[in-house]
Design a protein around this ligand. Structure first.
Ligand SMILES: Cc1ncc(COP(=O)(O)O)c(C=O)c1O
Length: 410
């Protein structure tokens, strides 16, 4: 069901710009799982896109101190001087990239950074190249902004990564942006310097194409993977790259709603125009908290990484032990994106045929009471995403139920 038809039922005619945007499958599954839980069913939800850790205490204290200092008013439009300075230093210290203060911007989450950037740069019909599987919001935001998402399938054999030949082929005179996300939600796949290099070489040949990179999961990488951001590899692309990041995932601050980006001054200024008429500024208290997140102790990130890695290994090995499933080991983030081709064509104990990954995930929810998200929600089938940002005990129970449910298929 589309958002439009939902709203029309209530007697309201939605604007055409949202007519093509469907209600997110993730939200639908979340709502169904929550309703089942309310009925008393023991549902385990492996759908959450947020760490199960708490915001660090030093960050909470910084927020309280900001309130006590009276920092409760509007701030500078696209970030306080203190937070912009902390971001400049973060890019220099962790990414080896030099952005000036007027080349960084702060918004109400990385999601709003994306929204500001596309609103500020995309004209009707402009194309945005997005490899799949992709974080669902990418294509929806592009469409709301009047752009055309150009989706390029990148399956497990390709390591869920875009290849230079695919990029070259997808570029047209209408291409405005290429949007890359490493480590990726939902696949967990990440681009090393060697993976990025050929893509950046293609972009060097096409000066009208800009690069947007979403580094949100930078701090959640495993097995010694070296995170790198494209501008550090190829400074010649700095004048047409937007480097997006945020505090949500690394610092377990999803509810504080702070995202940021570095990019060319003209784009940053244009994004501020959008923000000025949307929110006026990000939350003052959350900005103070984010200064502490970026400037404060970082050692705990390694412990959290180790905890996520332990859970990743648990999930990957359990899934790969189930006949019909095939799970690539992700380099980062806290998701697995497992192939389920072996389940297609099978029949559930109630006699329902599994024709698509969404039938499989519906079956897992109904029969095993485990909520996961089908690959179709991320533009690539047949796969399903598990978020392993939950307790080990819950993960083990969920994996056992999934294995039993798979064994009941014939
Ligand atoms: C890849 C990716 N980018 C951006 C975001 C948005 O983060 P924020 O909480 O900063 O809006 C998410 C959240 O799920 C994400 O998975």
């Amino acid at each position: 069901m589309t958002a439009a038809s939902n709203i029309e039922e209530a007697g309201f005619q939605p604007a055409s710009r949202i007519a093509a945007i469907g209600v997110s499958k993730i939200l639908q599954i979340g709502a169904r799982a929550a309703a089942m839980k309310k009925e008393g069913l023991p549902v385990i939800i492996l759908g959450a896109g947020e760490p199960d850790f708490d915001t660090p205490d030093n960050v909470k204290e910084a927020a309280k101190a900001a309130i006590d200092r009276g920092e409760t008013k509007y701030t500078a439009l696209d970030g306080t001087p203190a937070l912009k300075q902390a971001i400049v230093e973060k890019f220099r210290r962790e990414n080896n990239v030099d952005y000036a203060v007027d080349e960084v911007t702060v918004a109400t989450g990385a999601k709003q950074i994306l929204f500001n950037a596309f609103m500020a740069s995309v004209n009707p019909g402009d194309e945005v190249i997005i490899p799949t599987p992709y974080w669902t919001s990418y294509s929806d935001i592009v469409e709301i902004c009047g752009g055309v998402p150009v989706l390029i399938p990148c399956d497990a054999e390709a390591g869920f990564r875009l290849k230079a030949e695919q990029l070259e082929k997808a570029i047209t005179p209408k291409t405005r942006w290429v949007l890359l996300n490493s480590p990726s939600n939902p696949s967990g796949a990440a681009y090393s310097e060697a993976d990025y290099r050929p893509l950046l070489d293609v972009l060097l040949k096409h000066p009208h194409v800009w690069l947007m990179v979403d580094d949100m999961y930078e701090h959640i990488v495993y097995d010694g993977f070296t995170f790198v951001t494209p501008v550090a590899i190829e400074p010649r692309l700095k004048n047409r790259t937007l480097t997006i990041n945020g505090v949500s995932k690394a610092y377990a601050m999803t509810g504080w709603r702070i995202g940021y980006a570095g990019g060319p001054k003209a784009l940053i200024k244009a994004m501020a125009v959008i923000q000025s008429q949307a929110t006026s500024c990000p939350s003052s208290v959350s900005q103070a908290a984010s200064v502490e997140a970026l400037n404060g102790p970082q050692a705990f990130l390694k412990d959290r990484q180790a905890s996520f890695k332990h859970r990743r290994d648990l999930v990957v090995s359990a899934l790969n032990a189930m006949p019909g499933l095939a799970c690539r080991t992700p380099e980062g983030a806290f998701y697995t994106f497992s192939g389920c081709a072996g389940m297609i064509g099978k029949t559930t104990p109630k006699g329902k045929r599994i024709d698509a990954d969404s039938d499989f995930t519906d079956y897992l929810l109904e029969d095993a009471h485990v909520a996961v998200v089908p690959g179709s929600a991320f533009g690539l089938s047949p796969y399903f995403r598990i978020s392993y940002a939950t307790s080990e005990a819950e993960l083990k129970e969920a994996l056992k139920r999934i294995a039993d449910a798979c064994a009941r298929l014939s």
